[in-house]
Design a protein around this ligand. Sequence first.
Ligand SMILES: *Cc1c(COP(=O)(O)O)cnc(C)c1O
Length: 373
Amino acid sequence: MEYRDLKAQYKKLKPEMDSAISEIIENSNYISGRQVGELEEQLAAFIGAKHCISCGNGTDALMIALMAWGIGEGDAVFVPDFTFFSTGEAPAVLGAVPIFLDVDPATFNMSIPALECAVKRVIKDGKLKPKVVIPVDLFGLPAEHEAIRSIAEKYGMAVLEDGAQGFGGNINGKRACSFGDISTTSFFPAKPLGCYGDGGAIFTDDDETSGLLRSICVHGKGTSRYDNVRLGMNSRLDTLQAAILKVKLKAFAEYELNAVNEVAAMYDAKLKGKVITPKIPSQYYSSWAQYTIRLKNKIQRDNLQKKLKENGIPSMIYYIKPMHAQKAFKKLAYYDEDYPETIKLCDTVLSLPMHPYLDEKTVDVICSLIEII
Ligand SMILES: *Cc1c(COP(=O)(O)O)cnc(C)c1O
């Protein structure tokens, strides 16, 4: 059994995919080909954002956004403690201080009280300026963007939505990757919309910011690639990946997003009363980057993972270690006492096989092995 069955997807898309890929190879237009611009337009339309700028991966996307705002030394950037490393890595690489926040265990997303409390503490300490908050749409569920926006406005901070896992989710019809002043996503193969390698995209409604982001993606270009007006990066989406994503975006919008929500409903029904299933608040829609259950304690969780493995069923622990406890952030000296919910989640979560091509029989087999009350 596959954790995320990319082979089943390819089988279904094969004729279209093969012709899209061979067209690029025949034309040999590997960088900045026509398909890149076409994909950007389609992505912007799907999200409901004015501009889409594609780039090399989701980590670059975060870095480029922070660079566009000139984030660096002396700045505080607020990041959930329960996320993939990139969210904290990007501000730290630029010299800013990531301030980690505990999460709401029911949604796995940034805790709103923790955010306001941390901002107040930073202001009181007076050493750093609160500049940016990076909400993550973890496991496909959008963060509490309305509440985050109002705190950001209150303290004069920008919002950078990390939608690497959120692509396809929405709140009341407003799509993930449209909530930030800048929003980013990743096309890593295992994300809700993945390519056949690395890829990423940045979204914004602001014309000036859009131009800045595009310049930073290509060595800080001015009027041409050989006119360099600022320092930037080399971060582009290959034409091949853009062509692949065009085929995948169509399938994603037409049926995959629906299908993966149907799989989630099957899991919910079959696991009800056995373990804690993911909570999707009303008006929220998830793109199910992960289907993550919670057990009572670490022993139960580890035993269940072992049992699944013995039966040939892959499962993952996202995430085994909180951000504040990563060795890379050791010198920032965070305290475990500030992160009770994240620490508990790291010990009790388990993510089950999840993708749009999972059938009910397979879900039955997985759920029949989960018997803990
Ligand atoms: C995957 C991921 C990223 C980074 O994306 P890459 O394309 O792998 O660089 C950033 N943030 C979150 C929350 C992610 O899950």
